[in-house]
Design a protein around this ligand. Structure first.
Ligand SMILES: Nc1ncnc2c1ncn2[C@@H]1O[C@H](COP(=O)(O)OP(=O)(O)OP(=O)(O)O)[C@@H](O)[C@H]1O
Length: 218
């Protein structure tokens, strides 16, 4: 999916340098690397927030080098993204936050409500449905962000250190959701992390970034 891929911000140094890697649809991938090695940069490129400087990057059949905004919008409708800082809409209840991708994708009202109820149950936040993000703990907000990312059954989930600052309970719920989506819905999952959990229940591949190169760790 990436061929001689180079990434940089404006005219500054090259962060990813002629990387070649391929990720099979339905796989579970961890991306590691030292701080500043380019993990988040690579993740950004996978949803088109940073366009390739050189080479080719194809995600979900879409070439992201020089991609049009129409094609990018189409791709993003099939991708779920989880950021380290949640990025929830703070003026909306957590229920409405989770509904957002379903509304964008034109789901029927009844289906939307069922899906939101089911996700709220999975992240153990049914009793908090009417609260606003800032009334929740960090771990709870990240669980909402994960539920929102999964709501529309995306083909690809991109998560940037989704359990970075979370306690064991919230972390385990997040991993359960990611593993469940991968196993049951065949969602491709790509996670940037400093620590790969020891008790993973699904097969995964591990890529490490070092000096601008992306290598599979076997
Ligand atoms: N918006 C930006 N503009 C310019 N340079 C940036 C920008 N974002 C990141 N960088 C630079 O790109 C390099 C890689 O950053 P990136 O955030 O991808 O690293 P990372 O591996 O995710 O690090 P960490 O583990 O600390 O989060 C760093 O040198 C950083 O300063």
């Amino acid at each position: 999916m990436a061929q001689d891929l180079s990434l940089s911000y404006s005219n500054s140094e090259t962060i990813i340098n002629k990387a070649n890697f391929s990720i099979d649809s339905g796989s579970f991938i961890f991306i590691t690397g030292a701080s500043g090695s380019g993990k988040s940069t690579l993740l950004k490129s996978l949803y088109g927030a940073l366009k390739p400087k050189q080479g080719s990057l194809i995600v979900g059949g879409v070439e992201l080098r020089g991609v049009t905004s129409a094609k990018l919008n189409f791709l993003r409708r099939h991708v779920g993204i989880v950021f380290q800082d949640y990025k929830l809409v703070k003026e909306w209840t957590i229920e409405k936050n989770i509904m957002l991708p379903l509304i964008i994708n034109g789901y029927e009202k009844g289906v939307t409500q069922n899906q939101v109820d089911s996700l709220l149950k999975h992240v153990r936040l049914k009793h908090q449905a009417g609260k606003y993000p800032l009334e929740l703990s960090g771990g709870e907000q990240q669980r909402v962000a994960m539920a929102r990312a999964l709501a529309h059954n995306p083909i690809l989930i991109l998560a940037d250190e989704p359990t970075g600052n979370l306690d064991d309970y919230s972390s385990q719920l997040i991993w359960n959701l990611l593993e469940g989506a991968n196993e049951q819905l065949k969602t491709t999952v790509i996670v940037v992390t400093h620590n790969i959990p020891r008790n993973m229940n699904v097969a995964y591949k591990h890529f490490n970034i070092e000096y601008g190169s992306v290598h599979e760790v076997v």
